[in-house]
Design a protein around this ligand. Structure first.
Ligand code: 5RP
Length: 228
């Protein structure tokens, strides 16, 4: 948790007065929001938009006002977590089930920063199950398709029932083990009717702040060869 906290605290330094900020989802983002709420109480003026019901709920508790996504044209900066990040700063996200709205915020954002601990840095994506958000209608057919391709699909569950996303869809997690070409896989998955979004975030992150023991590694998209 200390590595996540260090990365979360560093991300705050990128926030400037007057910015429109996208708030991701997850435990690392929650740590960042704790610090952000203190800065807001101390006078920082930002507009925030949220990527999930969970983040909106936490924002309410922390006194961070959330604006509606359609009330803003674009975002200056989105700060989010990730489940895996590879050497090219491609990532897997959606462990918390918020991948669809997270990807929409990212696409609206001039800059995307991911905050992670050192366990998230990988050479090749795929050990973490890849979340795919699917519409409920006809989802068993999609499941069978994924199974026949050897993707080892599993419907995500919450207790005894299927997990339902904020957009009222299901998530099918795929166990790929190694994703050699994430861009290609993303395109191929999105060709299936019923697939809303995948947890593959290719070319999205501009900066990854990774807590590594007691310090933070700043990994910029262009300088990645030197930092990994
Ligand atoms: C939620 C996400 C999260 O950002 C990701 O799962 C990382 O979570 P955490 O910070 O709790 O490790 O993609 O959909």
């Amino acid at each position: 948790m200390i590595e996540k906290k260090l990365a979360a605290e560093q991300a705050i330094e990128y926030i400037e007065d007057g910015m429109i900020i996208g708030l991701g989802t997850g435990s690392t983002v929650s740590l960042m929001m704790n610090v952000l709420s203190q800065r807001i109480k101390a006078g920082l003026n930002i507009t925030a938009v949220s990527s999930s019901a969970a983040t909106t709920k936490l924002a309410g508790i922390l006194g961070i006002k959330i604006s509606k996504i359609n009330a803003v044209d674009c975002l200056d900066l989105t700060i989010d977590g990730a489940d895996e990040v590879d050497e090219n700063l491609n990532g897997i996200k959606g462990g918390g089930g918020a991948l669809l709205y997270e990807k929409i915020l990212a696409s609206m954002s001039k800059k995307n920063i991911w905050i992670v601990d050192s366990t998230k840095l990988v050479k090749t994506l795929g050990k973490f199950p890849l979340p795919v958000e699917v519409v409920q209608f006809g989802c068993n057919h999609l499941f069978n398709e994924f199974e026949s391709r050897g993707y080892k699909p599993v419907f995500r569950k919450k207790g005894e029932t299927r997990f339902i996303t904020d957009d009222n869809n299901y998530i099918i997690d795929l166990s790929m083990e190694k994703i050699e070409n994430p861009e290609e896989l993303e395109i191929s998955l999105k060709h299936y009717p019923g697939v809303i979004e995948t947890g593959l975030f290719c070319g999205v992150a501009d900066i990854v702040l990774a807590g590594v023991e007691k310090s933070v590694k700043v990994i910029n998209k262009k300088k990645r060869a030197q930092t990994f």
